[in-house]
Design a protein around this ligand. Structure first.
Ligand code: ZN
Length: 219
């Protein structure tokens, strides 16, 4: 396989025909992909992008599923705690309120943002971006929202929250009897749907669809 750095004429190509590897920064000629194919870096093997079928429709279905799971995940009990005859049911929301009421306002705000606020904003950004592509309206807003989404990704920490819940459950298991609530099932499902969405919603295809280069993102 020829070394693409030395490929003749690479510097003469328009920028749209070039792609850089996220991992090792190698600059390459953008390959034309058939449906279902994926492009990998010639040097390090990192997946540059994939051309998936029905990206917009499948992503929309997953975003709507995630939004439907969001409400029970945050407002149904994560667990029921029975200690010395006293029983309490805790949801993500009552956890935030509890922190706030016990004087830890700063922690309450951070927990609220990372477990509820930012994940919801991320999903709404994704929904609006997909609707913008699907119905071909407001693409300039779509581009802005997709940029915002990429910044928000670093701040939504559902998986960290889930780890915290699991550690607390293991620690408390010796002291109290704990019953897993429906909220936790929805929370884990929400996390899984979001991971699936990350895989399906190929950024390369969404950026191209938003910028109007490729009108076949929904194929
Ligand atoms: Zn690479």
């Amino acid at each position: 396989m020829p070394d693409p750095v030395d490929a003749p004429g690479l510097s003469d190509l328009p920028l749209e025909d070039l792609v850089a590897c996220h991992e090792c920064d190698l600059l390459m000629r953008k390959p034309q992909l058939a449906h279902g194919d994926k492009a990998v870096c010639l040097r390090c093997g990192y997946e540059l992008y994939a051309h998936r079928h029905n990206v917009v429709e499948r992503s929309l279905a997953l975003v709507i599923a995630a939004l439907l799971l969001y409400v029970p995940a945050n407002f149904l009990p994560i667990m029921q705690l029975n200690l010395l005859g006293q029983s309490s049911q805790d949801t993500v929301w009552t956890g935030v309120v509890g922190l706030f009421d016990t004087g830890m306002q700063g922690v309450a705000v951070v927990v609220f943002l990372c477990s509820m606020g930012i994940p919801l904003l991320k999903l709404l950004c994704q929904l609006l971006v997909l609707l913008s592509v699907r119905f071909d309206i407001g693409r300039s807003y779509g581009l802005l929202l997709y940029r915002i989404y990429h910044h928000l990704r670093d701040w939504g920490m559902l998986e960290v929250y889930l780890m915290g819940v699991l550690v607390a459950m293991v620690k408390l298991a010796d002291l109290a009897s704990i019953t897993v609530g429906l909220g936790l099932v929805c929370f884990v499902s929400l996390l899984l749907v979001q991971v699936w969405l990350e895989v399906v919603m190929s950024p390369h295809q969404i950026w191209e669809a938003l910028s109007g280069e490729d009108l076949h993102a929904g194929d």
